[in-house]
Design a protein around this ligand. Structure first.
Ligand SMILES: [Zn+2]
Length: 341
């Protein structure tokens, strides 16, 4: 389907550039000749071959995808169109739409506020942090939008995933009202649960965003994934597996692959655990999967926090930050299923 739309978009583009009819109408004169331009031929290019624009609630959208799907993970161009309105001139959007475009919104990052409802709103609207959306815990059917999706909100901070950094530039952030964690007497973090109502809201919202921007599964992440040494949210109580199973959102491993890796890992895990070359391999594998960390060859604090962040997301039953055979098997199964490009 996307391919078809692309072909329509591309042919529209080519005809727009070569059609006599359009040249006359637009008096378009490139300053330098286009090297591969074909001689202008008479065609009966109907207006219907130009991309269509629709208007919904005062916002304009392309109705077809103009962009080249071979270029990027999320290449689409039917999002909202924000245009200049220069005094005395007319900006025309349909004559020369480029196929070389995609969305800036390439990540979806989930958070918890670590605050109750009323304070969450105050902090996210009146202070130096924000998110595009806030999912409350009041049991109603409302989701609050705090920032336009085309603008940056300040939710990610210093952050990285795979080849990208400073993800505020390229992400949509969703904050979920939740009180976060308290440490027990032994120092273990005990996290608060999310209500079913909240998870349904988050899933519906996330699904809408991921579909519109074609955000790949590898880019639907926790704040703790992109800032593992600083952040814990949305924590191990957030049901990533449920989102994957019931809403086809984000990443999850295949059980058979995990079991195969686990059989291999269990054979000599305690021996390998203390071997610096194994620690280095674990760090390299975490880095390959997406986490930003230094390859020290030691179980240092940053590595433990990164393992803990990985466990929050993919092995929430035990998030002690210690690499064990099961965590290692899951990490390998995920790397196999979602290889970095
Ligand atoms: Zn956060």
């Amino acid at each position: 389907m996307r391919k078809t739309l692309y072909i329509i978009g591309l042919s529209t583009f080519v005809f727009s550039c070569t059609s006599q009819q359009n040249v006359k109408k637009n008096t378009y004169k490139p300053k330098t000749p286009v090297s591969q331009a074909k001689p202008a031929v008479k065609t009966s290019v109907a207006e219907t071959q130009k991309p269509k624009i629709t208007n919904d609630h005062g916002v304009e959208f392309f109705t077809t995808n103009l962009a080249d799907p071979a270029k990027n993970d999320n290449t689409a161009s039917y999002g909202s169109i924000v245009s200049a309105k220069p005094l005395g001139y007319k900006v025309v959007k349909t004559y020369f739409p480029s196929i070389a475009q995609n969305f800036r919104q390439r990540y979806l990052i989930l958070h918890y506020t670590a605050l109750p409802d009323d304070t969450s709103i105050t902090v996210l609207t009146q202070q130096g942090v924000s998110a595009h959306y806030l999912v409350n815990n009041t049991g109603d059917n409302e989701i609050y939008q705090l920032v336009d999706e085309n603008k940056r909100s300040y939710h990610a901070g210093v952050s990285a995933w795979r080849n990208d950094k400073n993800l505020n530039d390229t992400s949509i952030g969703i904050e979920i009202v939740n009180t976060g964690y308290k440490s027990d007497a032994a120092g273990k973090k005990i996290f608060a649960e999310f209500s079913d109502d909240q998870i349904k809201k988050v899933a519906a919202l996330a699904k809408d965003i991921v579909i519109r921007y074609q955000i790949p599964a590898t880019n639907v992440l926790a704040h703790s994934d992109i800032a593992p040494t600083r952040k814990q949210d949305p924590g191990p109580m957030f049901p990533w597996k449920k989102l994957y199973d019931q809403y086809q959102l984000g990443m999850w491993y295949d059980e058979t692959a995990k079991q195969n890796f686990l059989t291999l890992a269990q054979a000599d895990f305690s021996v390998r655990y203390v071997d610096p070359s194994f620690i280095y391999l674990v760090q390299t594998t975490l880095q390959k999967f997406g986490y930003y960390l230094d390859l020290s060859g030691k179980w240092d604090d940053a590595t433990k926090k990164t393992i803990e962040a990985f466990q929050y997301h993919f092995r929430p039953q035990n998030y002690d930050g210690i690499m064990d055979a099961e965590t290692w098997a899951i990490l390998q199964a995920l790397n196999q299923k979602y290889p970095a490009k």
